[in-house]
Design a protein around this ligand. Structure first.
Ligand code: UDP
Ligand code: MN
Length: 297
């Protein structure tokens, strides 16, 4: 397996990976056809990434939505484990979006770490809560969050950190390989296929299926991403359409057109329900069990 060309470019300044060792994981794909690294445990040097990020005095934003029952159910553990594993040693600003700011748990934060709460409306359907994220993120990125952070990661709340999630995960734009789909043949991936939808991909389109539970990048790149997805969601709604996987379908369309600069292996957002797999060495984030009856009822 060859060395990923992007990883050797001077652009490493904005691509915190340290020296890449794709040959350290010969059993998995470590580079995309367009030259973006796919980072797996062992393919990067976390110390080099950390050094570079510290030198730049980086501030990293982490956004998370906790609306309705998701707040009590998931937010405390998400934040507590983020304190242990997310961008440790860097400046971090959490942005929690909720309709009930007073109910946000007071998780003790380390030095150089802050939490801000943004109020959002409570949508009636869970699909609408999920889809409304793109518009709210776009607004926040154009405001205080965009001024404070150099890079931002946007995450689902129904998961917790289980291993180091550091600056190696940062780049101009970052997409997450979906744990359930990374081994599937491309033609079976659950992209939106209805040509009337703004999220539609043709039969020969789509590189990978990306998971909307983790995406990120620079503020400018995320402004473009959220604008694109919010526009697509709006257009579909005006035509009485809803893409198969909601905001995730539009995210997949965006990353098909504008290729991500870095991909995170499924180790970065793993579902324990899948069971053990040899290539999943050290999961960084673990999905919570889906309790839809309780949450969405
Ligand atoms: N969400 C929320 N309240 C809801 C529905 C969704 O806060 O009622 C947020 C939450 O951050 C959640 C994300 O939107 O993690 C996506 O929804 P969910 O995790 O249920 O979707 P799935 O991961 O099953 O596709
Ligand atoms: Mn989720």
């Amino acid at each position: 397996m060859g060395v990923c060309p992007l990883a050797r470019m001077p652009l490493l300044r904005d691509n915190f990976t340290g020296p890449l060792h794709p040959w350290a994981r010969p059993e998995v794909l470590t580079c995309t056809s367009w030259g973006a690294p796919i980072i797996w445990d062992g393919t990067f040097d976390p110390d080099v990434a950390q050094q570079e990020a510290v030198q730049q005095n980086l501030t990293v934003g982490l956004t998370v939505f906790a609306v309705g029952r998701y707040l009590e159910k998931y937010l405390a553990r998400f934040l507590e484990t983020a304190e242990q594993h997310f961008m440790v040693g860097l400046r971090v600003v959490y942005y929690v979006f909720t309709e009930r700011p007073a109910a946000v748990p007071r998780v003790p934060l380390g030095p150089g770490r802050w939490l801000r709460v943004e109020r959002v409306a409570r949508e009636r359907r869970w699909q609408d809560v999920s889809m409304a994220r793109m518009r709210a993120l776009h607004a926040a990125l154009g405001g205080r969050l965009g001024r404070e952070a150099r890079f931002v990661l946007c995450m689902d709340v129904d998961q917790h950190f289980s291993g180091a999630f550091g600056p190696e995960a940062l780049a101009e734009s970052v997409a997450q390989l979906h744990a359930w789909h990374y081994r599937w043949p491309r033609r079976l991936l659950p992209f939106e296929r209805d040509a009337r939808s703004a999220a539609a991909l043709g039969p020969a389109e789509g590189d990978f299926y990306y998971h909307a539970a983790v995406f990120g990048g620079s503020v400018a790149a995320l402004r473009r991403l959220t604008a694109h997805c919010a526009r697509g969601l709006r257009r579909d709604r005006a035509r009485g359409l809803e893409a198969r996987w909601h905001d995730e379908s539009h995210l997949n369309k965006f990353f098909w057109i504008y290729k991500p600069a870095k991909l995170l292996s499924p180790e970065f957002c793993w579902s324990p329900d899948i069971g053990r797999r040899a290539e999943i060495r050290r999961p960084r984030l673990l999905w919570a069990p889906k309790e839809y009856a309780l949450l969405r009822g």
